[in-house]
Design a binder for this molecule. Structure first.
Ligand code: ATP
Length: 215
């Protein structure tokens, strides 16, 4: 079983996240992608805007839209059956940050026979030097790093990370994704009443409207 951990703020989850996940699942024959909203992101200066509960629910809606009656005309497109939501990165009782190395170690204990992968956008991975325990992170899982506009992804971009040959062999670059969308931009647009059609899964867009998020 090939299982990928996909952590992020998901504030809100958007088309870029889903496209990254499905492209990686196709290219690397992943059986499962676990979307894990983070409670307390150690590397972002500002905390998330929406609560963890709202971000988790939006991720759930993106992965499993509510089942619809056969007669309903407003059908939501079915999402990828490989997608699931995980609470591995839920906020800790003592308020300390969620480190991916701890979440991955927990996942490895939970699924001892699985091959573990981490999904990440190019911008996050190129920052690996700031993550806690990069060597251990590369031991615990193979990494699938996905292209993102404005963040070129090539061998020369990886050079500052000084990966050993063995580590480099565990990092896979997927350069076919080109999704010009970020949660920061979406929050700005939602704040001024733009429904951001086409950039948010329909269930997520409805949830944001009905819960008055990002206003
Ligand atoms: P923000 O703008 O608030 O930083 P974000 O969408 O960039 O939001 P996260 O929700 O934390 O940030 O992203 C989770 C992961 O998804 C990260 O690894 C990020 O690099 C990746 N990602 C987000 N948007 C894209 C995109 N458009 N293309 C490729 N990867 C993306």
């Amino acid at each position: 079983m090939r299982v990928a951990f996909f952590g992020g703020t998901f504030d809100p989850i958007h088309r870029g996240h889903l496209r990254l996940a499905s492209a990686a699942a196709d290219a690397f024959a992943l059986d499962r992608v676990l979307f894990a909203p983070v409670g307390n992101q150690p590397l972002k200066a500002e905390s998330a805007v929406a609560s963890f509960a709202d971000r988790l629910e939006m991720a759930r809606l993106a992965c499993n839209p509510a089942p619809l009656q056969p007669t309903t005309s407003n059908q939501q497109p079915a999402t990828d059956p490989r997608f699931a939501v995980s609470t591995l990165d839920a906020p800790r009782a003592d308020g300390t940050p969620n480190y991916t190395v701890d979440s991955l170690a927990a996942l490895a204990r939970e699924l001892p026979s699985a091959s573990l992968y981490v999904l990440t956008g190019a911008d996050s991975f190129l920052d690996l030097g700031r993550w806690r325990s990069p060597d251990r992170l590369l031991e615990l899982a193979e990494w699938i790093v996905v292209s993102r506009p404005d963040f070129p992804l090539s061998e020369s971009q990886l050079a500052p990370l000084a990966l050993t040959p063995a580590q480099r062999a565990r990092v896979h670059l997927l350069t076919t994704v080109n999704e010009e969308v970020s949660a920061t931009d979406l929050r700005r647009r939602l704040q001024v009443g733009d429904p951001c059609h086409g950039l948010l899964p329909p269930g997520v867009a409805s949830y944001i409207q009905s819960h008055h998020l990002y206003r």
